[in-house]
Ligand binder design. Structure first.
Ligand code: GAL
Length: 435
């Protein structure tokens, strides 16, 4: 009897186990699929996006150590370093066109006579981080395009170059494809080799990649770089114009970058320690020549749009201008604590465009439970942009506290938001339910 009972119990147990397994399988099968992403590429770095300065837009191949020291001085003395702009990055053309007899990279002796270790020491002494650029393939971009001699790309030299960078005190490496068209597996593999080489140095060197340049990769391929780099470029270069798409070899204006992001074609993943790089800030930049004509400088409104949207996307904020004559207004904008707090929000959840808004309305969830809202006027005439706050994902409430981040003002109001937005301008708000 006892035995029979036990058998029945065992029988029931088996049936129960099968039922539990079936239910579990059903839940797993029908529930939302949670993608497990690899850990951030380089351990030991902050979870929030990097800020700094990069030499390329201002100086191209005409960069030298005096210009780099000058940029470091301005960052340190203007208050920008203390606001978070930490990295000074020397882009393409810093190196001698050939490696030395043991295959090591060397600084160009004419433009960087002190050498990179000494320059890095000077930058560090100002409380800043030092960055360099390399080509992931066999040449850098300037070499590939014939603007600079030699073939000093890092492909096949990853271990040696990473070791050299670590010995020089490099804190940030920009690694640019600029090689032949290749399949996604090959491009991912080449960048991962440098990531592994950087990791092996034991120095937390922020790893910034541009897989777009010449590789033939599409924005839809970028998800594969999650875990490969600290920051991954999502587009071609941004130039200081409002709209450039179709002109200047596929370069983007500020509005084009907003539109491309609203279309959601890029699968790049932003999360703590991993960022999507929308290229440099062109705020305060000198006009460029597009299709033979000099462009007008960006207006204050257009600059506000770039700064607001890069912050909304939790994007790296890399200044690209000469830092010669930063106006007090530009400085005030670049160090605006409210905008920087949105960019640096610890939740690191990038903004998404509100469906149906045509890229004029964006929201981003913040760590303290509030929501950042950007209202972008993409048009050439003023627009009244209005929206209901609950429709933006805020909890339903009779009262909201809404602060205008650029104006530094705040007010209480009901659920409906109506803002007049100047042409090409962005109103950036931070809202939370209060009752
Ligand atoms: C491009 C890159 C620029 C700059 C340049 C240097 O591919 O997008 O940001 O690094 O190469 O040649």
């Amino acid at each position: 009897m006892q035995q029979r009972d036990r058998r029945r119990l065992v029988g029931l147990g088996a049936a129960g186990a099968v039922a539990v397994a079936l239910v579990a399988a059903l839940v797993l099968w029908s529930g939302p699929k949670r993608e497990v992403l690899p850990p951030p590429a380089i351990p030991g770095l902050p979870g929030t996006p990097p800020l700094g300065w990069n030499s390329w837009n201002a100086y191209g191949c005409d960069v030298d150590e005096a210009k780099v020291r000058h940029a470091a001085d301005v960052l340190a003395s203007s208050g920008m370093r203390d606001a978070g702009y930490r990295y000074v990055v020397v882009d393409d053309c810093w190196f001698a066109p050939e490696r030395d007899a043991s295959g090591r990279l060397r600084a160009d002796p004419a433009r960087f006579p002190s050498g990179m270790r000494a320059l890095a020491d000077d930058v560090h002494a100002k409380g800043l981080g030092f960055g360099l650029y390399t080509g992931a393939s066999f040449q850098t971009c300037a070499q590939m395009l014939g603007a600079y001699p030699g073939s000093t790309g890092s492909r096949g030299h990853e271990r040696q170059d990473a070791q050299t960078f670590a010995e020089w005190g490099v804190d940030f490496l920009k690694d640019d494809w600029c090689g032949p068209v290749a399949g996604a597996d090959e491009v991912v593999g080449v960048f991962a080799a440098m990531r592994d080489a950087l990791r092996a140095t034991g120095r937390p060197i922020l790893y910034s990649i541009n897989p777009n340049s010449g590789s033939g990769l599409r924005p839809a391929d970028l998800r594969q770089f999650a875990g490969v780099a600290t920051m991954t470029r999502t587009s071609s270069d941004v130039i200081p114009v409002w709209h450039a798409l179709g002109g200047a070899a596929g370069m983007l204006g500020v509005r084009d970058a907003v539109d491309l992001s609203a279309e959601g074609a890029s699968t790049c993943v932003t999360r703590p320690g991993s960022f999507c790089d929308n290229d440099m800030l062109v705020i305060g930049s000198a006009p460029v020549v597009v299709d033979g004509a000099a462009t007008p400088p960006l207006t204050a409104e257009e600059e506000r749009t770039q700064f607001a949207m890069w912050a909304m996307w939790a994007a790296p904020l890399m200044l690209g201008d000469e830092l010669e004559a930063v106006s007090p207004q530009t400085l005030a904008m670049l160090t605006n604590p409210g905008v920087l707090a949105i960019d640096q929000d610890p939740l690191v959840r990038p903004a998404t465009a509100v469906p149906g808004s045509g890229g004029s309305l964006w929201t981003r969830q913040l760590a303290d439970g509030s929501t950042a809202i950007a209202m972008v006027n993409r048009d050439d005439v003023p627009r009244l942009i209005s929206t209901g706050l609950t429709g933006l994902g805020l909890p339903s409430s009779p009262q909201y506290e809404v602060s205008d981040v650029f104006a530094g003002t705040g007010k209480r109001q009901n659920v409906q938001l109506r803002m007049r937005v100047a042409p090409h301008d962005t109103v950036l708000l931070r809202a939370r339910a209060v009752s």
